[in-house]
Design a protein around this ligand. Structure first.
Ligand SMILES: [Mg+2]
Length: 390
């Protein structure tokens, strides 16, 4: 191994917007998915490249403004002007050292750092000829059971989409709620009626209920539709703990859970009993593994979740999920299709095309991690050029 084969030269950021199957809305989210995400190509001196992706959304953040939204343009500036200069010339295999340097150069911006962390792992995997899951500890399972997210839509449309998704082999439906009590209950009832007793239903309010009393009332009413858990009903750990104390279904933290320290606080307050884990919120695989270690120590089951990843991000989700024993719940990972290969018509189908050549194997509701070196995906640079917006 020569130094030039591991030395970081620099990189390029592409802002990419893919065509979408349908708009996907949740409480507080007014932009459309795929409006533009940041894609990073990390270049080594040797010519080896690594790819990363950050699904940033300006209107999605943590509790009470403690974690900010990022727009794609902000992420591009963070990467180009601060983070890449901080790691240029460094050894790509020294992941912890790269994070120390990035954190010194710019506080926060976990999504930008996650794109770099994932691109670095992709490059390391290519150097050693190993899939990323092998770098993360090896596989504890072959793939991830997929949950399909029903965005905010009316009850008949939600019922129709849920039935189509179950027919395509996905067993868990995630219903977006947090809009208005009676509307939310009506939609969950319609979905339960459409899928019968076989499918599982989880709900996600995206902090939407104004008070914990309102959230507790709505969720208690919904219990008769057999919810497996309720994600982020309210904003802030105090309110989350109040809801947790009053309903029978487990509460999952998403917007409240970004870092290992957040998980410690959630456990201390019993604010949630499950966690929604992304590779982006903790700033990449390195931070995600720390978060998962704390979650595992506290026996909090986790899912893998995100914000409508494109192909590079889906690959990152899969490598993290299959190498993490703490991730036992079905995850809302998109099921990638391309313009050339349609894998599912509705289930997990977010985009009409993608920036990778080969979709992932989807079988009996499970999406499989690819086995090639690095992320195991071949990025289609012609598609990046086609869908580039910045
Ligand atoms: Mg969520």
């Amino acid at each position: 191994m020569t130094m030039s084969s591991v030395k970081i030269r620099g990189g390029e950021v592409f802002l990419v917007a893919l065509p979408i199957r349908r708009p996907h809305h949740w409480v507080g989210h007014t932009a459309r998915i795929g409006e533009g995400y940041a894609v990073l190509r990390l270049d080594l001196e040797s010519g080896i490249v690594g790819w990363g992706e950050a699904q940033v959304i300006g209107t999605w953040g943590g509790d009470h403004g403690t974690r900010y939204g990022e727009t794609p343009a902000m992420t591009a500036i963070a990467i180009r002007d601060f983070l890449l200069p901080a790691i240029a010339g460094q050894n790509v295999t020294e992941i912890e050292q790269l994070h120390v340097r990035m954190n010194r150069a710019l506080r926060g911006y976990p999504y930008a750092k996650a794109a770099i962390d994932v691109a670095a792992h992709d490059a390391i995997g290519k150097i050693y000829g190993l899939p990323v899951y092998q770098l993360l500890g090896g596989k504890v399972r072959e793939g991830v059971e997929i949950a399909h997210s029903i965005g905010i839509m009316d009850a008949p449309a939600a019922a129709r989409e849920a039935a189509e998704v179950i027919a395509e082999g996905v067993a868990t439906i995630k219903v977006k709620i947090g809009v208005e009590a009676e509307r939310d209950i009506k939609v969950v009832a319609a979905v339960r009626q459409a899928i019968g007793s076989a499918g599982k239903i989880r709900v996600d309010a995206n902090q939407g209920y104004r008070t914990w009393r309102e959230a507790a009332r709505v969720l208690s009413t919904m219990e008769k539709y057999d919810l497996i858990y309720a994600e982020q009903p309210v904003e802030g750990l105090h309110a989350m703990a109040q809801v947790s104390a009053r309903i029978n279904v487990p509460v999952m933290a998403d917007e409240s859970a970004w870092s290992a320290q957040d998980v410690l606080e959630i456990v201390r307050r019993n604010a949630a009993q499950m966690l929604s884990v992304y590779y982006t919120k903790p700033g990449g695989f390195a931070g995600a593994k720390r978060l998962l270690a704390v979650a595992g120590a506290a026996a909090l089951p986790c899912d893998i979740n995100g914000s409508a990843e494109m192909g590079i991000g889906v690959a990152a989700d899969l490598h993290l999920a299959v190498s993490s024993p703490e991730i036992v719940l079905a995850g809302t990972i998109p099921i990638t299709s391309t313009a050339e290969y349609l894998v599912t018509k509705v289930a997990g189908h977010k985009y009409l095309d993608d920036i990778i050549r080969q979709p992932f194997r989807f079988d009996k509701g499970v999406l499989h991690a690819p086995d090639g070196p690095g992320l195991g995906v071949e990025v289609d640079e012609a598609k990046i050029a086609k869908y580039r917006i910045g």
